[in-house]
Design a protein around this ligand. Structure first.
Ligand code: ADP
Ligand code: MG
Length: 244
């Protein structure tokens, strides 16, 4: 298996007459952390949703871990189990305990038995520092804790790559650090990650590569110290001037 985990080529996505992605090329190697920054409406979420096939691309090609997701004959559900996704709005199952949030897809999709699913769940709860919340209900947790449970739930499926769509944007400022800390730890462990974020400090410190998107294009791409520290394009410069 090659070292390329995600390969996006010429990706286009339109909603009716609105062309949102206009030809995106993106490649993420095993163990890489790639951060995507850019203004609201530039197509960042649509890009992630296409990589997870929550949206059907209008054109182009997406290959994840050797499987072409854009092949009409692909088994989408099987392919999707290898892609973890964490959203801005945690999306936990509110009627299920933390433990059951982490075991339900393992049992239904991966066909793990109860004991095995529970072991994996407990291991991943420990990874995000929430072993003591195993029997809690989501509404008993802070936003930051819920987001860490959502990360543990995604990890419990043993994904090849984790996609994060502004995972800290909905959190109170004092809770952001814990979630970023968990993401930093995953990066250190070698997880392959594609992260849409407005946390420029995180991007600077953790990303192997930063992509700046605007108007459905990747305008600028490179190491963080280059794209955030010394942006070349006027649009990147004016975006950073607004957020930094
Ligand atoms: P970002 O995440 O960078 O803020 P999005 O990918 O969410 O941007 O949105 C890019 C553009 O696509 C916006 O103009 C948005 O209104 C539009 N868009 C996103 N999803 C849909 C949809 N399901 N139907 C119609 N338009 C959409
Ligand atoms: Mg978005």
């Amino acid at each position: 298996m090659s070292d390329v985990v995600v390969e996006v080529t010429g990706l286009k996505k339109s909603f009716g007459p609105l062309e949102v992605l206009k030809g995106i090329d993106l490649s993420v190697n095993r163990g890489d952390v790639v951060c995507i920054i850019g203004p609201s409406g530039s197509g960042k979420s649509t890009l992630l949703r296409c990589v997870n096939l929550l949206e059907e691309p209008t054109g182009g090609k997406i290959v994840v871990h050797g499987t072409e997701l854009t092949d009409p004959d692909v088994d989408i559900d099987a392919a999707r189990t290898k892609i973890g996704m964490v959203f801005q709005s945690f999306n936990l199952f509110s009627h299920l305990s933390v433990l059951n949030n982490l075991t339900v897809a393992q049992r239904k999709v991966l066909k793990r038995d109860a004991k095995q699913a529970q072991e994996v769940a407990l291991r991943n709860l420990e990874r995000v520092g929430l072993s003591d919340k195993v029997n809690a209900m989501p509404n008993q947790l802070s936003g930051g804790q819920q987001q860490r449970v959502a990360i543990a739930r995604a990890l419990s499926m043993d994904p090849d790559v984790m996609l994060f769509d502004e995972p800290t944007s909905a959190l109170d400022p004092e809770l952001v650090g814990d979630v970023l800390g968990v993401m930093r730890q995953l990066a250190d462990e070698g997880m392959t990650m594609l992260v849409v974020t407005h946390e420029m400090q995180f991007a600077r410190e953790v990303a192997d590569r930063v992509l700046f998107m605007d108007g459905g294009y990747v305008v600028e791409e490179g190491p963080a110290e280059q794209v955030i520290g010394a942006p070349q394009h006027e649009r990147t410069q004016s975006f950073l001037a607004r957020v930094l």
